[in-house]
Design a protein around this ligand. Structure first.
Ligand code: DON
Length: 580
């Protein structure tokens, strides 16, 4: 598809030559050649800071500054992360949120690791077939847009649980900057203006009341977005605590919104919501310790599977962006996604064979049919265990002076979630119900499939791909990273880790470099626009189908270096680092 100007015989000849080249590459690990093919400088947009004490990277400069200020006021990394999360709910309506959920991975300066699950839950009135029509076919519109698409939000409960356990400064001090931004307004970026304009029609269609996001004329960069209703909601949370969201006026406003719009969430759902502390997924990869999020996110387990499958191969010798490295990682990703589809779901509802899935011998057996240079068709890769009978998310990374590291990914799922703004409360509700499997074989928004393990049940949490991760080197924080991107979250974190740990790329290049992605089904390698053409050609000659797609991820990395802290934001968004 990329060489479509050639006649067919010539194309076949070119493909044959490329195939031979690819084999040579595989044999001789064409490290230097492949590096030369990547026009690196065109994506080396620098969003890097070097600081000594503490750093924050998030999707918006104003939010990163809020986090830095909290650190400078004596707050720890958890305080800063909470303040950034509330600020993002104001300055980054696309994904920042009160009406969504997420996961926090926390590694303390003393060396302990924790994770908090504040994933949304299916409302009590949800049921397995709620997105199927009378013929039994899944109706994507119902799970993706409007009132029926929302799970019970977890973000506010998550921040309060994190604060109760680890916070240092009072909660109202952490929410105050967000209140000021909502009340006084702030100048929106060009990217945000574009987003609000793109979805203006949806905001009109799915809302029962007007909102701050809709105005007569198109938005443009520099316009001031004032969110009075949101400021009031934030004040209720600052004054009443968690009950300021899950009970009283805010809960009433949510219930009324649901009634007006035909949704099913009730005040009872909100009252029952609880964030949970979970055991983080912790494992060794060579000299590093990886700490990531466990179920109901698939991210941590898949990271352990993928790095485990990778470990026996000398990938650093193959070279960054070399066809050999991309092919190996693609085949690993394919196998891990097949397992995700079959086995993973909310551990409070389904038994997931986690220990078996990450066992070394299992991972070795999973790669037994891998052949360099030859694709394994997804149709031949089913889930691997012999089981007995029976575009939006946002990530932020923070490190403080004591070495406490927070990796936090939250989401309302699609861009501007369900596009439903709670009337009188000013925040957008998620469309996370689409992360459930509406029916086996029916792909969700990200093309992901699922089985019974991820079917809808009242109060169940939908499976996630979010992968907030902390990496230790010699038991000390080395990397704090994560990204949005739906199913590509897992492969973006995987690639960023491989880029840094194996190919020794500087953090900014590791983030900026064009990415690829394979998720078992559909059986394609997705690549970003700037992906090196030579590598694409070689992979196509091997028999892979390669498809270009929009940007993959917005990865925020903090890296501890000898001279201090390096924090980098992704070139793909308004992302920005701040520190001191
Ligand atoms: O939890 C998940 O896996 C998805 N709801 C994440 C959605 C996402 O990353 C969209 N952002 N681009």
């Amino acid at each position: 598809m990329f060489i479509n100007r050639l006649t067919r015989p010539k194309l076949i000849l070119v493909k044959k030559i490329l195939f031979l080249v690819s084999i040579l590459c595989l044999l001789y690990s064409c490290k230097e050649d492949s590096r030369a093919t990547a026009p690196f400088d065109s994506y080396s947009v620098a969003k890097k800071i070097r600081v000594d004490k503490g750093a924050v990277v998030s999707a918006h400069p104003l939010a990163s500054e809020v986090g830095r200020d909290i650190l400078m006021q004596g707050g720890n990394a958890v305080d800063a992360a909470i303040a950034v999360q509330y600020a993002l709910a104001v300055v980054y309506p696309n994904a920042g949120n009160l009406g969504g959920g997420g996961f926090m991975v926390f590694h303390t300066g003393e060396g302990e690791s924790y994770s908090i699950d504040f994933r949304e839950k299916a409302p009590l009135r949800a049921h397995k077939d709620m997105y199927l029509d009378s013929l039994g076919d899944a109706v994507p519109e119902w799970s993706r847009n409007g009132h029926l698409a929302s799970g019970v939000p977890g973000t506010v409960a998550g921040t309060f649980l994190a604060h109760r356990k680890f916070g240092k400064l009072p909660m109202d001090q952490l929410i105050r900057p967000a209140i000021a931004l909502a009340e006084r307004g702030f100048a929106i970026t060009e990217r945000e203006a574009g987003g609000l304009n793109n979805y203006a029609e949806d905001f009109r269609k799915y809302n029962t009341r007007g909102s701050a996001f809709v105005k007569e004329k198109a938005w443009k960069a520099g316009d001031v977005l004032v969110q009075k209703d949101l400021a009031e909601t934030l004040k209720r949370i600052a004054v009443q605590g968690q009950a300021g969201f899950y009970e009283g006026k805010t809960a009433e406003l949510i219930e009324e919104e649901m009634k007006r719009g035909g949704g099913i969430m009730t005040a009872e759902d909100l009252k029952q919501y609880e964030a949970r502390e979970r055991e983080p997924v912790t494992f060794k990869y060579k000299d590093y310790t990886i700490i990531s999020m466990g179920l109901p996110s698939s991210g941590g387990i898949m990271m352990q599977q993928m790095l485990g499958m990778l470990e026996p191969y000398p990938i650093s010798e193959y070279g960054f962006h070399s066809p050999a490295a991309i092919q190996l990682m693609t085949e690993i990703e394919r196998r891990a996604f097949a397992d995700r589809t079959e086995y993973m779901g909310d551990p409070d509802f389904v038994e997931v064979p986690v220990a078996e899935l990450v066992e070394k011998s299992y991972l070795e057996s999973r790669m037994a049919d891998f052949t360099p240079g030859v694709p394994t068709p997804s149709a031949e890769v089913s889930a691997g265990l012999m089981v007995k009978e029976k575009e939006e998310t946002t990530h932020l990374s923070v490190i403080d002076e004591e070495g406490n590291a927070v990796s936090l990914t939250t989401t309302i799922n699609g861009a501007y979630g369900s596009r439903v703004v709670v009337g009188g409360a000013g925040f957008i509700l998620n469309n996370e119900m689409d992360d459930f499997s509406a029916k086996p074989g029916a792909p969700n928004k990200f093309g992901l499939l699922g089985t019974e393990a991820n079917s809808i049940q009242p109060s169940k949490r939908m499976l996630s791909a979010m992968t907030p991760t902390v990496v230790l080197k010699n038991d000390k924080p080395y990397l704090v990273l994560g990204t949005p991107g739906g199913s590509t979250i897992i492969t973006s974190v995987f690639q960023t880790l491989v880029n840094i740990l194996e190919f020794d790329l500087p953090a900014q290049k590791a983030v900026n470099a064009p990415k690829f992605h394979h998720q078992w089904q559909p059986d394609l390698i997705y690549v970003e626009k700037e992906f090196p053409q030579a590598a694409i050609d070689t992979l196509e000659a091997m028999g892979y189908v390669v498809e270009e797609r929009r940007a993959i991820g917005r990865t925020e990395v903090i890296k501890i270096i000898e001279q201090g802290i390096e924090a980098v934001g992704d070139r793909r968004g308004d992302d920005s680092a701040a520190g001191y």
